[in-house]
Write a protein that binds this ligand. Structure first.
Ligand SMILES: Cc1cc2nc3c(=O)[nH]c(=O)nc-3n(C[C@H](O)[C@H](O)[C@H](O)COP(=O)(O)O)c2cc1C
Length: 223
């Protein structure tokens, strides 16, 4: 199994999948992690396995093919859950990567995703979907903004190695349309992360990059 750092480096968004199902041990590990997230997170995560209907109605409208498994994140429609969604979704994505399971965040579900298999309460809404499965393509590393444009250190001449390690890991993270609209700030020994500019899903992205930073640096980030 890949280490978490190896998974951060190896992960790519994969949009085409083979028909091979997840084996029982892999599915069991992912289910256990999803249960753990459901105990901690202010939203609910559901792992749908062998459920090809959701994505099938999107044929021709998106470049995803053969998606038979996915994670659906659902939460209170009036709450601001974007960041938590990013944080917990990426926790599952990286564990999947460690287990050899490919993934891709999917924010375009408004184009006609079939939600019938997902439990959504009357006060809830679907926040995001993440496709999972065995990849039928390799994927490529994404283009990135220069590292220096993604952080700022106040009153510190040389950014410490642990901080740079965190920013490097954040730079490898998936963001919607690869927008990378985030900034990590080190000031008075504390790390904060913020959205720069904004755009659709930028707060969800912030949760994703925060998870990468924390795992790579071992240091907690406030937002
Ligand atoms: C919140 C979010 C929503 C996304 N929605 C879509 C989507 O609807 N369609 C798609 O093809 N890719 C989607 N992506 C994948 C991004 O395009 C991808 O992460 C980015 O281009 C970086 O590439 P990489 O993940 O391979 O590193 C989404 C990513 C995130 C984080």
């Amino acid at each position: 199994m890949l280490t978490l750092m190896e998974a951060i480096e190896a992960r790519r968004s994969i949009r085409r999948y083979t028909e091979r199902p997840l084996d029982a041990a892999t599915a069991g590990e992912l289910k256990a992690l999803v249960d753990e997230c459901n105990r901690e997170a202010p939203l609910s995560l559901s792992l749908l396995l062998d459920e090809p209907q959701g994505f099938s109605s999107l044929m021709g409208r998106v470049n995803f093919r053969g998606v038979r498994n996915y994670l659906a994140l659902v939460g209170d429609k009036d709450a601001d859950l974007q960041e938590a969604c990013g944080y917990y979704g990426e926790k599952v994505v990286l564990r999947a990567t460690q287990l050899g399971v490919a993934s891709c965040w999917f924010g375009s579900f408004f184009l006609g995703f079939k939600k019938d298999a997902i439990t959504i309460g009357p006060q809830e809404k679907l926040l995001i979907v993440i496709a999972l499965g065995h990849g039928a393509e390799e994927g490529r590393p994404h283009k990135s903004k220069p590292l220096e444009s993604l952080y700022h250190t106040a009153g510190v001449e040389d950014a410490p190695e642990w901080f740079l390690q965190g920013v490097r890991a954040a730079r490898l993270a998936p963001t919607a349309r690869n927008q990378q609209k985030f900034l990590f700030v080190l000031a008075e020994g504390r790390v904060t992360a913020q959205v720069v500019g904004g755009g659709a899903f930028s707060r969800m992205d912030l949760g994703i990059v925060r998870y990468h930073f924390e795992m790579a640096s071992g240091v907690q980030v406030s937002t």
